[in-house]
Structures are given as structure tokens and as C-alpha cells.
Design a protein around this ligand. Structure first.
Ligand SMILES: [Zn+2]
Length: 176
């Protein structure tokens, strides 16, 4: 005699609506769906939550700028070269009004390479905490002053202030 075959209807498992197959969804999808309940999505981001962008900006340590910068406002050869390659004739520098200029983000990204060579985020450094970081730290407000040579010309203070405004609120520690 053949054993009885179990042809249970899907709805007979668990509470109503909890069809077992639902558990086979990739967790990635589940996470993304859950996340959008809390953060708005943007069509331009192709369904990636805006919190993903915020998280990425936090990770890199700075927020995007809507400003532009020209080579005359930069005091470092490497940064000047990076910006010189990215300038367009129809953009004007937000600091000195001269054209051509490149997006400040281009400058900022290259600047942060230099920062990350000399400093790391204190929370990533595994630094002991005994009522405060035990080594010398620099917060994001003071950090740009350690690199003030990157700005040049009569608008150098405004350039350094823009860097300051773009930095995420973080504590840095020297790599040596
Ligand atoms: Zn300029």
C-alpha cells in the first residue's frame, strides 16, 4: 500500500499569509523593502534608499558640495592637477568667480586621500577609550586647519571653510 502523500495547501502552514515560500526571498530584498519604510527612495537612485547614500557619505567622511573650484584657489600641486583635469569652461569658481572650474567634490575626494594617508577615523583605529581617546585626536572642525596649504589666493579661508562644512562629524587620529 502506498504511503499517503502530503499535499497540504500552502495556507495550511503557520499563520494566515505566512506561506513558507516567503522565507526563500533573498534577505537582501527583505532588508531593502524594510528599509524603505523608514527612508524615502529616489527614482534617480534606482530604488536604493537615500539612507544608503547617507551611509556611504558617512563612510567616506564627507558630504557632497554644490560648489565649484578653480586651480587658482588651490595651493597643492597634486590637487591642482586633479582639478585641472576636471574643469569645464562653462563653470565658474564659487570662490573667485573665474572660469574654468571643476566640481568641488572632485577636489574634496582627492583632498580626502591625503587626509586618510595621515589620519584615520578614531573609531576605526581601535583606539582605547578611557573616559576619552587616549591619544591625540583632531575633530573634523579642526582637521582642515592641518591642511590649510591646500587652499591658495585671497579666498583661501573660504576654501578651507568649505572643506570644514563638508566633513562629517568625526574624530580623527594621526596614523603615527
Ligand atoms: Zn577660484
Amino acid at each position: 500500500m502506498r504511503p499517503a502523500r502530503h499535499l497540504a495547501r500552502p495556507g495550511s502552514y503557520g499563520p494566515p499569509g505566512a506561506f513558507a515560500g516567503d522565507n526563500n526571498l533573498p534577505c537582501r530584498t527583505g532588508r531593502r523593502l524594510a528599509r524603505t519604510e523608514y527612508a524615502p527612495t529616489s527614482a534617480i537612485l534606482d530604488a536604493v534608499g537615500t539612507d544608503d547614500v547617507v551611509a556611504a557619505e558617512w563612510e567616506r567622511g564627507w558630504h557632497s558640495s554644490d560648489k565649484f573650484i578653480c586651480v587658482h584657489c588651490i595651493g597643492d600641486d597634486y590637487l591642482r592637477n586633479v582639478v585641472a583635469r576636471a574643469v569645464t569652461e562653462d563653470e565658474e569658481c564659487s570662490f573667485c568667480d573665474s572660469a574654468p572650474a571643476a566640481e568641488f567634490d572632485v577636489f574634496m575626494e582627492a583632498f580626502m586621500v591625503g587626509v586618510n594617508n595621515r589620519f584615520e577615523q578614531a573609531d576605526d583605529a581601535g583606539m582605547p577609550w578611557e573616559g576619552g581617546y587616549v591619544f591625540e585626536t583632531v575633530d573634523q572642525y579642526d582637521l582642515p586647519d592641518r591642511f590649510d596649504w591646500v587652499a591658495a589666493g585671497e579666498h583661501d579661508v573660504a576654501v578651507v571653510d568649505e572643506i570644514r562644512d563638508r566633513l562629517a562629524e568625526k574624530t580623527y587620529t594621526s596614523r603615527w
